[in-house]
Write a protein that binds this ligand. Structure first.
Ligand code: ADP
Ligand code: MG
Length: 702
């Protein structure tokens, strides 16, 4: 008898479950995606004990009839795909037909669903709903039931029959934080839909529909966060479709030529002053699907190169829309990774759009905000892509896909504080306590908003208050959705306007008033009082000039009267040899002078004496810290900007240097001409605005 056997369905499903559902958040993800695919406009989720005990999701989507409800739990049963060709252009979030059978194989599931009334049905003919119970993959009951339109899925006792998996679940608060993160993501991607998330005792997210993403950000994260984000939008037509064309002899001459469509980008990016220590605050959505992607992460980091420090990361919410043929979503069982069919095009589009937006917006750093804005790590709101079970198929993916966690390990969501960082105002009621006209039975009134958005708020600047305050008065007085929406819309617009006004466009017309401790320039403008760091301002001016001059090979050099002799250690000599050519193109003339010594005969104009020596040591040190690849492989752009930044830093006006008004004015004018007057090449802020409004507020005039 042979050794090979076909696995029973239950085992096969449990294996699939290992890839698709590894924690409550991944169950929520699959169920949420199903509800969205079903066209739901209102999705309400309740979790108990971090989702281990219960996850219940209620939607008002198109529902299922009895046959479909039964089929849905079969392996590879899906309504979203028919042929292999459909895989090439997937427009739904789900398509694998794996989630429901996988979940049902490791939990006790109750499905209640009722399809929408077909148009031809007589109004008085009852539409029958279906109630189905499954535990550990076995159907226990199927009954007709009178139900409202839509689907309710309750998943109880997750992993009750797979103790090994249950053991790897984290603390309830951690699991809840992951669930919160997930719902937050989807809520951001669908501002027009109503999302609710509640635990047994609290409402965590309550986001009634709003018109725009900015309003949703305000709704979920609050004013502070929104005012640190800038909008970006761009579009580019595609030259060709991502799918390969059939060879000419296979082409049907009658087939119309396909329009390759276009790629659109919209979203928000943080001002340079807001810096994070990891990439956890970068969210990327492709066609409203949240994904992790190294290519786009790289594009984003590139956009911020020399605007924020290389060790810091921005906050970015990026929504990319493209024809489904451009992206292969069938790469990963949890569908969190994708493959682009035109990789470099997308990479450059994202990088350039963000960079252009940054250059155009020239956001000013507010004096008060800059005070609190030391780089902070934020906890990932993205559940790890794969299981943390040792040896499970996805275990390595976690590390792979999350290289940005400080220690290379998956971001540990245990760091999530579900206790508020600041006392959270607790409005008496939620706005929609009176909403329960919906017959699906949304959860009852919540007692408090204590945990509301805490996990989500932890994402952004520490101390950003979960916006439970927002609209709280109107909530308390029980006004309706219309007033609430209007209020959110008007506050959001106000924040946006205020923020757009605070830019560096008028730097050139500022009037220098005085120099503070011979280090900072005080200047007045219509918008308030500016404080400009003279050293970093000049550094930025020089940095951009050096890069420009280098580009056209026009760096000005000056001969030194006496060659400067620099002693180097052997490893430093090796590094020097590697970067010598680029140094020469930047105005250096350096020759070896014995085995351990270099003779510098010429240097870029403005760089002299001890500073010259320090600059060389710095560049060699920094380049040596790299892996020691040959110059061909080394990223030349990195080297160039490193050299430019170093020359700029060491030749710029120092602090503690007196400047007369003419030179101050000159510096401001030159700074105004740069692309990124916001920050020096190392990412420090250059100019801070103490806005007129802040001044008035501080003097209690408003
Ligand atoms: P997939 O989403 O990949 O198709 P699932 O196992 O998640 O696979 O779901 C199987 C099928 O069940 C779906 O294709 C869909 O037709 C149906 N279904 C699941 N959830 C819902 C829902 N909330 N509302 C309506 N139909 C649903
Ligand atoms: Mg699905």
């Amino acid at each position: 008898m042979g050794r090979i056997r076909i696995l029973p369905d239950l085992v096969a499903n449990q294996i699939a479950a290992g890839e698709v559902v590894d924690r409550p958040a991944s169950v929520v993800k699959e169920l949420l995606e199903n509800s969205l695919d079903a066209g739901a406009n209102r999705i309400s989720i309740v979790v108990e004990a971090g989702g281990r005990k219960l996850i219940r999701i209620i939607d008002d989507g198109h529902g299922m009839n009895r046959d479909d409800a039964l089929l849905a739990f079969e392996r590879h049963a899906t309504s979203k795909l028919r042929t292999a060709d459909d895989l090439l252009s997937i427009a739904t979030l789900g398509f694998r037909g794996e989630a429901l059978p996988s979940i049902a194989s490791v939990a006790r599931v109750t499905l209640e669903t009722c399809p929408a009334l077909p148009a031809e049905t007589l109004a008085n003919e009852p539409v029958v709903g279906t109630r189905l119970e499954i535990a550990g993959g076995r159907i226990l009951h199927v009954d007709d039931a009178a139900l409202p339109r839509g689907t309710t899925l309750a998943v109880a006792d997750l992993f009750f029959n797979t103790p090994a998996r249950r053991k790897f679940l984290r603390a309830e608060s951690t699991e809840l934080a992951h669930v919160t993160a997930l719902v937050t993501h989807y809520a951001l991607a669908h501002p027009e839909k109503h999302f609710e998330l509640a635990s047994a005792s609290h409402t965590i997210i309550s986001a009634p529909p709003v018109a725009r993403t900015a309003e949703r950000i305000y709704q979920i994260f609050g004013k502070d966060t929104l005012s640190q984000l800038m909008p970006v939008a761009a579009e580019t037509p595609l030259q060709r479709t991502g799918l390969p064309e059939p060879p000419p002899w296979k082409r049907d001459p009658n087939e119309p030529i396909r329009d390759p469509g276009s790629m659109r980008l919209s979203g928000f990016y943080s001002k340079p002053e807001l810096q994070k220590l990891n990439r956890n605050s970068i969210y990327i959505f492709i066609n409203k699907r949240i994904i992790r992607d190294r290519l786009l992460m790289h594009a984003i980091t590139e956009a911020y190169r020399n605007v924020i420090p290389p060790t810091s990361f921005p906050v970015v919410l990026l929504f990319l829309e493209m024809p489904p043929e451009e992206v292969d979503v069938n790469v990963h069982p949890a569908k969190t990774e994708v493959r682009f069919r035109q990789q470099s095009l997308i990479h450059d589009f994202v990088r350039d759009s963000l960079r252009t937006a940054l250059i155009q917006a020239r956001p000013a750093a507010a004096f008060l905000a800059a005070l609190d804005n030391s780089p902070a790590a934020s906890t990932s709101l993205m559940p790890p892509a794969a299981s943390t079970l040792p040896g499970s198929p996805g275990a390595s993916v976690v590390v792979d896909s999350d290289p940005e966690s400080p220690n290379g390990a998956p971001a540990d969501a245990a760091a999530f504080q579900l206790t508020p960082q600041q006392p959270t105002p607790v409005p008496g009621k939620l706005p929609f306590d009176a909403r329960s006209q919906h017959s699906c039975g949304f959860p009852g009134p919540s007692e408090s908003l204590q945990a509301w958005g805490d996990a989500a708020a932890a994402l952004f600047a520490p101390g950003s208050v979960p916006p439970a305050v927002i609209g709280s008065e109107s909530r308390a007085t029980g006004t309706g959705l219309a007033e609430y929406s209007a209020e959110v819309a008007s506050t959001t617009a106000e924040i946006e306007a205020e923020q757009a006004a605070a830019n560096l466009n008028h730097l050139g017309s500022l009037k220098p008033l005085a120099q503070l401790r011979e280090s900072f320039i005080l200047a007045s403008g219509d918008d308030g009082l500016w404080i400009i760091d003279q050293h970093v301002a000049h550094e930025r001016v020089l940095f951009e000039k050096i890069l420009r001059d280098r580009q056209v090979e026009k760096v000005q050099r000056q001969r030194l009267l006496m060659p400067l002799l620099v002693e180097l250690r052997p490893w430093q000599m090796v590094v020097f040899a590697r970067i010598a050519e680029e140094l020469e193109r930047n105005g250096f003339e350096v020759e070896p002078f014995g085995p351990h010594t270099l003779a510098v005969k010429a240097a870029p104009v403005g760089l002299e004496g001890a500073e010259l020596e320090r600059m060389l040591a710095e560049v060699i040190e920094q380049s040596g810290a790299e892996s020691g690849e040959s110059p061909q492989n080394q990223d030349l752009t990195t080297l160039r900007s490193r050299i430019a930044a170093s020359i700029a830093c060491h030749s710029a006006i120092k602090v503690n240097t007196a400047l007369d008004p003419v030179r101050m004015e000159w510096l401001l004018l030159e700074l105004a001409k740069t692309s990124h007057p916001t920050s020096c090449p190392h990412g420090r802020p250059i100019a801070l605005l103490y806005s007129w409004k802040e001044i008035q507020r501080a003097f209690h005039r408003i």
